[in-house]
Design a protein around this ligand. Structure first.
Ligand SMILES: [Zn+2]
Ligand SMILES: [Zn+2]
Length: 226
């Protein structure tokens, strides 16, 4: 999931939460000193008696923890656009100094995971990807193949970011993950491989010596890129 999508998901989250007031996403507000436009991820305005209460919400999709510098930066931004309150929404944790600074300055820190964010913006989400932990898997494929007159049915989906492919073999009920580095053997057993992001299934044979080989492969190619 890229940052723009995370920002969009945070906007939708606040649109859903805001029972009163108006939520705007990805806008600019002039800096009170310089007049230059400042980019705002989410802006929530509500009227309270004679005052309009303005909340600045900043989306931070991070691999590392939010640091005190991030908090200070948003406090400055909130002042520059005359927000009454600031909130940082992040997928990750924050450092202790960041927490202390946030508390002291009345800024809220909130966790909004990639799992939650993809729930909001990805319609055909299947599961979170355990390989990259950065995106979800789209259930976008299924198929049949025939072995010795028996039909096997499977479901498949691909991670939006790392392109790992998730397989649910309906014959044995087994689930597995394949990508350019990982092959997987289901309980049937078939060998599942990702070759140029296509699914290939191989019949799993034992020869006379008892050694397992994958000669005489039965191949099934599915193009996920269409
Ligand atoms: Zn992934
Ligand atoms: Zn199977």
């Amino acid at each position: 999931m890229n940052w723009q999508e995370y920002q969009e998901a945070v906007g939708i989250l606040y649109e859903q939460m805001a029972e009163f007031g108006v939520v705007s996403k990805n806008i600019t507000i002039p800096d009170k000193v310089t007049g230059q436009p400042r980019q705002i991820d989410v802006w929530w305005e509500m009227r309270l008696e004679n005052h309009t209460f303005k909340i600045l919400i900043d989306a931070k999709k991070r691999k590392d923890k939010i640091d005190v510098k991030d908090v200070e930066e948003i406090i400055m931004l909130a002042q520059a656009v005359k927000a009454d309150k600031a909130i940082i929404v992040t997928n990750n944790e924050w450092t202790k100094p960041a927490e202390l600074s946030a508390k002291f300055n009345g800024l809220d820190l909130r966790i909004f995971t990639i799992d939650e964010a993809t729930d909001l913006i990805v319609d055909d989400k299947w599961v979170m990807c355990q390989v990259c932990n950065d995106d979800c898997v789209i259930l976008d494929s299924n198929g049949f193949f025939e072995v010795n007159g028996l039909i096997n049915w499977w479901l498949g989906g691909k991670c939006r970011s790392c392109k790992s492919i998730y397989i649910h073999c309906q014959d044995c009920g087994d689930r597995g993950i394949i990508n350019s580095e990982i092959d997987w053997k289901c309980n049937c057993p078939y060998l599942w491989k990702s070759e140029n992001e296509n699914i290939c299934v191989y019949q799993y044979n034992e020869d006379d010596t008892g050694e397992i080989n994958f000669d005489n492969p039965m191949q099934l190619k599915i193009d996920f890129n269409e």
